[in-house]
Design a protein around this ligand. Structure first.
Ligand SMILES: Cc1cc2nc3c(=O)[nH]c(=O)nc-3n(C[C@H](O)[C@H](O)[C@H](O)COP(=O)(O)O)c2cc1C
Length: 191
């Protein structure tokens, strides 16, 4: 079994990455293979609304000159998908929105191709807006017929500069509980 986490922060190895690594660490303890994909430095642009994915139905976006199709391939090869974003102006980052819009439309064009995979949202925030960002990601999972495990709080960690989120004890504990619950769910779905 494999879980892939996508970090859509504009900065590599920041607070979103720290939170994602905490979730992945728990999954690894349960013997689940993990991968962390950091989108910083890659380019993923928004959906062109060409609807060619509905003509081609080949599980790919027709725009083939950026990182999106590689992300889709990794999502398809995974049993669990974690989407991590910092809070930017009370919502997800532009990279996360582009990933959601394009992977989401390709999934719809191909019969809900992420159906019954397990999905979890993880959000880093300095002060406010994280729940809106959390909801944006969960809307993608739920309309894609994915299964979403919970934790002891919404999956949010508080911090501003790189590494500060480690001082948010409750946020870090929430990530560990999420990882444990995700592993529990994956084991039952695949037994
Ligand atoms: C463009 C931009 C917009 C931001 N907007 C918000 C915001 O609306 N609310 C908030 O609490 N923090 C906001 N922040 C702060 C980040 O969410 C916070 O620093 C987060 O920990 C960054 O995660 P990272 O280290 O993974 O990049 C913003 C940061 C940037 C760069």
């Amino acid at each position: 079994m494999k879980v892939t986490a996508f970090n859509a922060s504009g900065r590599k190895d920041g607070n979103t990455a720290t939170l994602l690594k905490a979730v992945l660490g728990e999954l690894e303890k349960e013997g689940i293979e993990t991968e962390l994909v950091q989108l910083a430095g890659t380019s993923i642009r928004g959906c062109r609304a060409c609807y060619k994915c509905f003509e081609n139905r080949d599980r790919r976006c027709s725009v083939n000159d950026d990182a999106l199709n590689e992300c889709i391939e990794k999502m398809l090869a995974s049993d669990g998908i974690i989407l991590g974003s910092p809070t930017y102006f009370a919502n997800v980052s532009a990279e996360m929105k582009a990933l959601i819009d394009r992977a989401g439309l390709v999934a719809k064009a191909n019969g809900d191709m992420f159906r019954r995979k397990v999905g979890a949202a993880v959000v880093a925030v300095r002060r406010a807006g994280s729940i809106h960002a959390f909801n944006s990601i969960n809307h993608f999972f739920l309309i894609s017929q994915m299964i979403v495990p919970g934790s002891s709080y919404w999956n949010v960690g508080v911090g501003r500069n790189k590494g500060e989120v480690e001082q948010d004890g409750e946020g870090m504990a929430t990530m560990k509980t999420l990882g444990g619950n995700m592993a529990w769910l994956l084991r039952r779905l695949h037994s």
